[in-house]
Design a protein around this ligand. Structure first.
Ligand SMILES: C[S@@+](CC[C@H](N)C(=O)[O-])C[C@H]1O[C@@H](n2cnc3c(N)ncnc32)[C@H](O)[C@@H]1O
Length: 480
């Protein structure tokens, strides 16, 4: 491996050496990514080409004596990871992380995967969010980012507007296109500073996980069916997300991430309101996920829009096993079709599947949803600890998750690595089941069948199923 320290000194910024670096030595998450997001399809294409021996241009890194900061080649590096390579050829330049950022903001202007408008805007924001670079003239920033002077002015104005909203002190853009020196302390502390560029955090066996803001990543992804339990906006304490947006911001968050076809899990009243506000269209099916509790607000609605779930593909034990005809069916190896109410315990402290996430969906609920929801790829824009992805992996489905918190992403990866994948299903991803053709809960003498079902619900609480007391958070959210 190259030791750049041993090289004779070269002028700053020029290529000092060419070497092959282990992938793990390249720092891609050090804040030098100047694209708004990584394009999954490009990474897959590059990875295929790498596997078949295609040679790619060198990626560029800046070495500060300790770290190799990636400045150009984020897609190539991600592809090398996906392709399972151990090393990657690099062009090493001597320089700091800031040198890498300055290189990155102008990279790909003339070569490589063309930048989107969002990428260009992101580059400009990176410089305008920096206390030193924001003092540069718009022309200088435009030159560094290889964009128009007009774009820099536009972005600068929108950042100043955000800053002015948040600060009692007035800030303004001078006629030279720079920000006046009068109280610029708030610049960069607005919304855009808190965003981080998307990182493809995990990719294995048809499952991908992005760490970043779903609002930015979802528009760059291929068409998928959304399966998610979004934040409920009830003040749950997540890692780095407050869960208490103004109603319009909450609706905007879901509108940007959860369009049909989709399956959403939420409080029933909220979901009915949201269906209208998000323009989700006709609800094709609703299932009640009920828990074993004496407290109010302990059921969630699982609702599908723009996609027809194959409810009958989930089977379950008959509720009337003593019925003569049902006994015959059981003897023939049949099971009842899945009902439209699922009794599943929330994930309590001490439960085997519990991880350090405040609002984990039970794997059983995620598994049932994924099992009956057709579609090539499942997308969970609010992946949390990765329950949907784990269910998808178990069932051999393709899935993409997005999660804001890196800590939760790490939990998800741990769970995914501990999950074994089944054979990939071919029929739109939905495997066959063993339910009888007929809806047997109704085929039995109807009066007796209803009685039998109701009886089994009330009887199951104390005896046949383990009873867990619910925990209610301050905001009344069911802890799961
Ligand atoms: C209800 S939890 C999902 C729980 C998940 N189903 C599980 O079983 O772990 C919602 C998640 O959305 C994440 N989140 C909030 N805003 C986000 C955003 N803009 N982009 C991506 N994730 C976000 C939160 O960090 C939280 O982990």
């Amino acid at each position: 491996m190259l030791d750049p320290k041993s090289d004779t000194h070269r002028p700053h910024g020029s290529a000092d050496a060419v070497a092959s670096l282990p992938l793990g030595h390249v720092v891609a998450d050090g804040g030098t990514q100047a694209r708004a997001s990584i394009h999954v399809s490009t990474v897959s294409e590059y990875a295929d080409a790498m596997r078949s021996g295609t040679r790619f241009p060198l990626i560029t890194v800046y070495f500060d004596g300790e770290h190799y900061f990636l400045a150009d080649g984020f897609h190539r590096l991600a592809a090398a990871r996906v392709a399972g390579l151990e090393e990657i050829p690099v062009e090493v330049r001597q320089g700091t992380k800031r040198d890498a950022i300055l290189h990155a903001v102008g990279a790909n202007a003339a070569h490589g995967l063309p930048r989107t408008n969002q990428d260009k805007r992101w580059s400009v924001e990176m410089l305008l969010n920096d206390p030193e670079w924001r003092q540069w003239s718009s022309n200088a920033i435009a030159k560094a980012c290889q964009v128009s002077h007009q774009l820099v002015d536009d972005v600068r104005r929108s950042l100043v507007a955000q800053t002015s909203e948040a600060s009692p002190t007035r800030v303004f853009v001078t006629k030279h296109g720079t920000v006046s020196s009068m109280d610029v302390a708030r610049i960069g502390k607005g919304k855009s500073r808190q965003r981080s560029a998307a990182t493809l955090y995990y990719e294995k066996e048809g499952i991908q996980l992005y760490c970043g803001d779903a609002r930015e990543i979802v528009p760059t992804l291929p068409a998928s069916v959304v399966v998610t339990d979004p934040p409920y906006n009830v003040g749950t304490m997540y890692d780095g997300y407050g869960d208490n947006l103004a109603r319009e911001d909450y609706v905007a968050l879901l509108r940007q991430t959860c369009g049909p076809p989709c399956c959403l899990v939420h409080y029933p009243e909220d979901l009915c309101d949201l269906a209208g506000e998000l323009n989700l269209g006709h609800m094709t099916q609703a299932v009640a996920w009920v828990t074993n509790s004496n407290l109010p607000r302990q059921w969630r609605m699982v609702a599908w829009f723009g996609v027809e779930p194959l409810l009958a593909r989930e089977t379950q034990d008959y509720k009337n096993p003593q019925d003569r005809r049902i006994r015959a069916r059981i003897a023939a190896g049949c099971r009842a079709r899945g009902y439209d109410w699922w009794q599943v315990h929330p994930v309590k402290h001490g439960a085997a599947e519990r991880v350090q996430h405040p609002c984990q969906l039970p794997l059983e609920v995620a598994r049932r949803i994924v099992n009956i929801t057709p579609g090539e790829t499942i997308l969970d824009p609010f992946a949390g600890s990765g329950t949907t992805l784990v269910a998808a992996k178990e069932l051999g489905r393709r899935a993409i998750g997005i999660e804001l918190s890196e800590r939760y992403c790490a939990l998800a990866v741990k769970r995914l690595d501990a999950t074994s994948s089944s054979e990939r299903a071919s029929d739109g991803g939905v495997p066959e089941c063993r339910a009888c053709e007929e809806d047997t809960t109704r085929s039995a003498d109807s009066g007796k069948a209803v009685e039998s079902v109701m009886g089994s619900v009330s009887a199951s609480a104390p005896g046949t199923e383990q009873s867990h007391p619910m925990t209610i958070t301050a905001a009344g959210a069911m802890e799961r």
